[in-house]
Design a protein around this ligand. Structure first.
Ligand SMILES: Cc1cc2nc3c(=O)[nH]c(=O)nc-3n(C[C@H](O)[C@H](O)[C@H](O)COP(=O)(O)OP(=O)(O)OC[C@H]3O[C@@H](n4cnc5c(N)ncnc54)[C@H](O)[C@@H]3O)c2cc1C
Ligand code: FES
Length: 339
């Protein structure tokens, strides 16, 4: 793993960390691991990739989890929150204090934070709320006002409702079954919350359909939105192309961009939500794409389905200068974004 990026940011590290605690938090598990190198480098929005199953396991792929919190105890600890829904996460849920876990991180690009003290609305779906609390702390340090809008299918799956109520200027909760807060989904309440909180910028993390809908609504209100996506990942470090998404750069061109290294945080409106899971015909490097012919395909059809290896390194996000995170030029009243 690299130790230092070209721009001076410390890169990720791989550690064998001791598990401090694994505790139940409603429908989820929260795991705290001693990982000083990761804690020291962490910025909100980044994730860890965790080896699961032990040394003899057939579960070869690491599992990705957003970092919920880091603390200085024991030299530096990292906490993540997960739903024990498959073999890897069930194995994690069975770990105990003092077990050792192989963790790589922090991975991916963090949430950019405004330079100005603006009103920020943090929207979380299910365990997608987990990375928003560290972000909230950073935003408050910058003098921003923080409002929360959290939702899930049921009350026990809304992660962090109490913390949101305690620390947010406002906290609005929705559940599909009505067991906590208003009955419905977060996007039912988004317009009202934006209006009441006088929101300047939205940050969102949760299931892809929720992020898509939040982006559409943010656009209606002409608000910038930063989304942390959760695309299936295999390597987590930019080499396998499993996690690519069609993202429109500031030059108007679509590139298949790796969400593990160029994300997971993107400007919502730059993702081609309707084309996620495909390689659009006009994406740079798509079959039939020609650089000098106005980027039209020979056959004029969308490239179907598969993702891996769709764009070689020469056509990927590296050439685009990243995921196009720059603010739209000339848009009035936009808070400046920097790390
Ligand atoms: C950036 C990011 C942050 C996440 N944060 C959280 C979090 O905070 N909490 C949480 O509970 N979950 C989170 N997830 C989802 C989490 O990674 C999965 O729930 C976890 O991998 C499930 O593992 P499993 O073995 O229990 O389940 P399974 O579904 O049996 O195994 C999933 C494994 O297969 C891989 N996989 C699945 N589909 C594909 C595919 N189409 N192509 C290639 N590989 C595939 C996955 O990457 C993973 O390695 C996050 C995912 C990402 C990408
Ligand atoms: S998961 Fe391998 S490149 Fe992103």
């Amino acid at each position: 793993m690299r130790a230092q990026d070209a721009d001076g940011d410390a890169g990720p590290v791989q550690v064998r960390g001791t598990v401090l605690t694994v505790r139940r938090v409603d429908a989820y598990h929260a795991m705290t691991v001693v990982a000083p190198g990761i804690a020291a480098r962490f910025r909100p929005g980044q994730f860890v990739a965790v080896a699961v199953g032990g040394p003899d396991s057939a579960m070869l792929l690491r599992r990705a989890f957003s970092i919920h919190d880091v603390r200085p105890d024991h030299g530096g600890t990292v906490e993540f929150v997960f739903s024990a829904s498959g073999p890897g996460t069930r194995w994690l849920a069975g770990l105990r204090s003092r077990d050792v876990l192989d963790v790589a991180g922090p991975l991916g690009r963090p949430f950019p934070v405004p330079r100005d003290p603006v009103s920020c609305l943090l929207v979380g779906g299910g365990y997608g709320s987990a990375p928003l609390f560290a972000l909230a702390g950073k935003l408050r340090d910058r003098g921003c006002k923080v409002d929360f809008l959290l939702g899930a299918a049921s009350g026990d799956r809304v992660f962090g409702a109490l913390t949101a109520r305690r620390t947010g200027r406002t906290a609005t909760i929705t559940t599909e079954d009505g067991s906590l807060g208003a009955r419905g989904v977060v996007t039912d309440m988004l317009g009202q919350v934006i209006h009441e909180a006088r929101t300047d910028v939205i940050y969102a993390c949760g299931p892809m359909p929720m992020l898509r809908q939040v982006t559409l609504l943010a656009r209606r209100y002409d608000l910038p939105v930063q989304v942390a996506v959760e695309e299936a990942m295999a390597c987590g470090i930019g080499v396998c192309m499993t996690c690519v998404l069609p993202v429109v750069g500031t030059d108007g061109m679509t590139r298949m961009v790796r969400s593990c290294v160029d994300g997971p945080v993107f400007r919502g409106e730059q993702i081609r939500w309707d084309d996620v899971g495909t390689i659009p015909f006009d994406a740079v490097g798509a079959p039939g794409w020609e650089p000098r012919s106005g980027r039209l395909p020979r056959g004029g059809q969308a490239a179907a389905g598969g993702r891996a290896g769709a764009t070689g390194p020469g056509h990927g996000a590296r050439e685009s200068g990243g995921s196009g995170q720059q603010a739209r030029p000339g848009s009035p009243g936009r808070p400046g974004h920097g790390h």
